[in-house]
Design a protein around this ligand. Structure first.
Ligand SMILES: CC(C)(COP(=O)(O)OP(=O)(O)OC[C@H]1O[C@@H](n2cnc3c(N)ncnc32)[C@H](O)[C@@H]1OP(=O)(O)O)[C@@H](O)C(=O)NCCC(=O)NCCS
Length: 203
């Protein structure tokens, strides 16, 4: 029976990558339990600064990655300006084939220079649960500490329970003043009907 070498190679590479990522994750846990706090990823993922030309592919990924129904996904969540004016503090991740794997759009507050802010983070669905977002955040934390920031903030929607669990797992404190369907959140935080959960963490 002929052997499908191409398929085997992909399967092998996936297993190898997963093993490395999970090993790195365990190593990161071990390092964090001691004095070190940096997790260096050794995977087939490639990290770089986003460029203006990346805007459309990231925007196109949002409805799919966030699981939003086609046609009703809100637009304008991530305007082009973030790919023009905040690239030096943001991170884009691609796989070996150049496909978008993850991204983090963040910046240092212009009016509160001791505060860093994560505006958007996303990981491709097939790469989730492997520590990719944790690694992105830790890279961002390191960058912002070097800039002199002592606090990092983020927000998410009350319905985004996954994001809430993720931020709590990374040591963020969840903020709000109202119970919205069992979630502590700020009502009308971003406009009428735009309720949000806030997150805050020391760096
Ligand atoms: C939220 C998201 C970025 C997490 O990415 P990820 O790479 O799967 O997260 P990680 O593997 O790095 O997980 C880090 C920690 O968060 C926890 N976590 C992540 N997603 C979780 C979820 N959906 N439910 C519960 N816990 C979760 C993990 O258990 C892990 O905890 P541990 O390290 O203590 O074991 C990803 O699910 C995603 O892109 N979601 C859609 C976009 C989104 O909602 N972005 C956030 C709002 S802007």
């Amino acid at each position: 029976m002929p052997v499908d070498l191409a398929h085997l190679r992909v399967e092998w590479r996936d297993q190898w990558d997963a093993a490395i990522i999970s090993t790195e994750r365990e190593l990161g846990r071990w390092m964090r339990s001691g004095s070190a706090s940096t997790l260096t990823a050794v995977t087939s993922l490639h990290y770089r600064r986003p460029e203006e030309a990346d805007h459309l592919r990231v925007v196109d990924a949002i409805p799919v990655w966030w699981g939003m129904p086609t046609g009703v996904a809100p637009t304008g969540l991530l305007p082009r300006l973030f790919f023009q004016h905040f690239t030096n503090t943001s991170i884009l991740v691609e796989d070996d084939d150049g496909a978008l794997a993850a991204f983090l759009i963040g910046f240092r507050s212009a009016s509160r220079p001791d505060t860093a802010y994560v505006h958007f983070v996303g990981v491709a669905p097939d790469l989730r649960g492997r520590g990719v977002a944790r690694d992105l955040y830790e890279r961002f934390f390191t960058m912002m500490r070097e800039e002199g920031c002592t606090t990092v903030e983020a927000i998410t929607g009350p319905i985004n329970r996954g994001s809430q669990s993720f931020h709590r797992a990374l040591g963020f404190t969840q903020g709000g003043d109202t119970d919205l369907d069992g979630v502590l959140a700020y009502r009308d935080y971003d406009g009428r009907g735009e309720h949000r959960v806030t997150f805050n963490r020391q760096l």
